[in-house]
Design a protein around this ligand. Structure first.
Ligand code: SAH
Length: 364
């Protein structure tokens, strides 16, 4: 049985990443090795609940057992690299993956909450025109353990810097979470399970650019976390211009999928709407947003545009943003302005990978 976890490739022994195994699989491995199943449970706790990254640290196992684990398996923790602290308290870091790629994660502290913003892919395939990550190629999906590790690292910053527990998680870092569906779901399962971090699912928000089929799948899978849609324009012509994914997943398809999601999960979705000067900040744009949103239980977060360096867009004037929100509020849709955090260290929305772009690829 154990041999199944050692593969040979061109003469080289490839060990299995032990965190790719479920609890049941881990127990089986131990039983096949002539051990009691509860050893599997112990190791599982070391790996997840205690975030142990080294077999030698598993102090309740015998030396023999630790050596056998080392010979058979590998643990691939992410490494924190270049931690930066913004003058508003936002903390960002690159996370180096075992194969050399780099992703980023952010801690956003506030009076009443500590929010982790995590990545789901290395790079992104969607090429949204306003987003720094959109200029990168999508290199690969993150593993569930790599998603989990980001949360653990950021949770530790919240403790160390602000003496506060991590309260919220948003999947608004690099990548499109719904294009890494299985691993994101598995990562969230570990984050919410009592054998993992035991966080509440309703404190987690997955943000998508709008993959209709996968939004429906979330509903069918009866997920308990929240969903946000990066909307940014409520007419197809404009949305096509800034988000190419809209060509294959237009507003009608995404709107229907969201209605289905809200009905099945009884949840309200959040629309993120970056206000671009003279592009989507007029009263007419607000009317279009109202028409799109009226049959979907929702709230709207209007986001300040963070320049990404190409000069294509500008941030809308605050007076226009206020009018925009006031119109929606008057018409029964909750709309709030979200000011940016961590801009001085390129940790704000859409700025991830801005300065690390070459790095992510170079160090491969
Ligand atoms: N792919 C997912 C998750 C990553 S995006 C999605 O599209 O939702 C995280 C959020 O940052 C999204 O709402 C995105 O639209 C927003 N964002 C991207 N670039 C931005 C920028 N330059 N300024 C402000 N927000 C930006």
């Amino acid at each position: 049985m154990a041999k199944a976890y050692l593969r040979r490739q061109m003469g080289e022994v490839i060990k299995t990443d032990i965190r790719s195994l479920s609890l049941a699989e881990l127990k089986e491995v131990f039983v096949a090795h002539g051990e009691k199943a509860f050893r599997g449970q112990q190791v599982y706790e070391w790996l997840w609940k205690k975030s142990c990254t080294d077999f030698d640290g598993m102090s309740n196992l015998s030396n023999d057992l630790r050596n056998w684990l080392k010979q058979t398996f590998v643990i691939h923790p992410i490494q924190v690299e270049d931690k930066q602290i913004s003058n508003d308290g936002t903390i960002k870091s690159g996370f180096r993956l075992h194969d050399g790629f780099l992703v980023e994660g952010v801690l956003i502290p506030a009076d009443d909450r500590q929010t982790a913003c995590v990545s789901s892919q290395v790079g992104c395939s969607l090429t949204c025109k306003f987003c720094a990550t959109g200029t990168m190629e999508r290199e690969r999906n993150l593993e569930p353990a790599e998603i989990y590790d980001q949360v653990v690292a950021i949770r530790n910053w919240a403790q160390a810097h602000n003496q506060a527990p991590l309260t919220n998680i948003v999947f608004m870092g690099m990548g499109e979470p719904l294009l890494n569906y299985a691993n994101v779901i598995k990562g969230i399962e570990k984050i919410t399970s009592p054998e993992g971090l035991g966080m509440a699912a309703d404190r987690i928000t997955v943000s998508t650019a709008g993959i209709a089929k996968m939004i429906k799948k979330l509903a069918d899978d009866e997920v308990r976390f929240n969903l946000a849609l990066s909307l940014h324009a409520a007419n197809d012509e404009k949305r096509n211009q800034i988000m190419p994914i809209n060509e294959s997943n237009n507003l009608k398809a995404v709107g229907e999928a969201l209605q289905y999601f809200c009905k099945k999960t009884r949840k309200r979705v959040t629309f993120e709407y970056i206000a671009f000067k003279n592009f989507n900040d007029s009263l007419q744009d607000a009317k279009e947003l109202l028409a799109f949103a009226k049959n979907i239980p929702c709230k709207v977060n209007v986001i300040e545009y963070n320049p990404t360096g190409d000069g294509q867009f500008e941030k809308a004037d605050s007076s226009r943003i206020d009018q925009f929100c006031a119109f929606l509020d008057r018409n029964g849709i909750i709309a709030r302005v979200r000011r940016s955090r961590g801009k001085d260290i390129d940790a704000a929305c859409g700025q991830l990978a801005n300065k690390k772009h070459d790095n992510a690829l170079m160090n491969k």
